[in-house]
Design a binder for this molecule. Structure first.
Ligand code: MN
Length: 283
């Protein structure tokens, strides 16, 4: 067996404040000029505000085809409803892993008039063979997501495996890891990751050192660290305050990407077909 090789930070990216939907203020971290994509990840938005004016307009009806949207709520409640009759409310600590596949039209609207709204939406690409699969949902409330405590570090396992606990989400195409990790001051955590998988750490509270020895570097709050390749990642929380990060990894697809807004296909012809199908009510 080969010795583990620690991953480090390949580059640090700070998100771009923007607005989407009907005027929801958010920070786009993947899917902006500094980091257009990180195959298989197409987009990462962080939303986080105590001001209802920033989120109340929500995301009225809009389509998706050819990829997956993963919404992870930390604070706040969001109601989703699609044109296939699927509806529900995403509560704090819950995740909705939606495989849009051949197409859905849905809305994502705040189920609250005030208070904090905080979380992430990640877009993950699908391989050509899966782009036109029937839409599918994997939805799990907080209590359905394994939460471990390992030497004082709290880890929620949304996808992937930690110390024998397997997250509830499955997606063979990209074999994703999605962990929410809370490190008390001065604590550290090491996670194995498949070599060759694209991986990032996004710090949403505090700051973390990533890597080992003199190759370690710091990711600050609201920065994304793209990781170098390797078999594991060591994350050390800040010395004085608690740190919260998400650690996400997945197998790159290495396929051509033709995308426009909410349609992500392999060719321009498929993109044109997506527009036509959507406009003719075939989602
Ligand atoms: Mn959507």
């Amino acid at each position: 067996m080969n010795a583990p090789s620690p991953r480090g930070i390949a580059c640090l990216v700070r998100g771009l404040p923007t607005a989407d939907g009907a005027g929801v203020k958010l920070t786009r971290v993947i899917g902006q000029p500094q980091l257009p994509d990180l195959d298989p990840f197409l987009m990462l938005d962080e939303f986080g505000t105590d001001n209802p004016d920033d989120y109340i307009a929500g995301f009225p009806d809009h389509p998706h085809r050819g990829f997956e949207t993963v919404t992870y709520m930390i604070d706040g409640r969001m109601r989703h409803r699609d044109n296939h009759g699927h509806e529900g409310v995403l509560e704090p600590g819950g995740v909705q892993w939606m495989t849009a596949g051949s197409g859905i039209v849905h809305s994502e609207m705040p189920e609250q008039q005030s208070g904090r709204m905080r979380g992430f939406q990640l877009w993950i690409n699908l391989p050509a063979r899966d782009k036109m699969t029937p839409p599918r949902y994997q939805e799990f409330a907080r209590e359905q997501i394994a939460q471990l405590e390992i030497h004082g570090v709290r880890v929620k396992v949304i996808a992937g495996a930690v110390a024998g606990s397997v997250g509830p989400v499955t997606q063979p195409a990209t074999d994703p890891t999605y962990l929410d990790i809370e490190l008390p001051a001065g604590h550290e955590f090491t996670q194995a990751l498949p070599s060759g998988h694209a991986a990032f750490v996004y710090a949403y509270e505090g700051e973390a050192r990533i890597g080992v020895g003199d190759k370690a570097d710091t990711v600050h709050a609201h920065e994304l660290a793209v990781l170098t390749d390797g078999t594991e990642v060591r994350i050390e929380g800040g010395a004085k305050t608690r740190t919260r990060v998400i650690l996400v990894a997945g197998r790159p697809l290495r396929e051509p990407v033709a995308k426009y807004g909410p349609f992500v296909m392999n060719t321009r012809a498929e993109l044109m077909q997506a527009f036509e199908d959507f406009q003719n009510g075939r989602f």
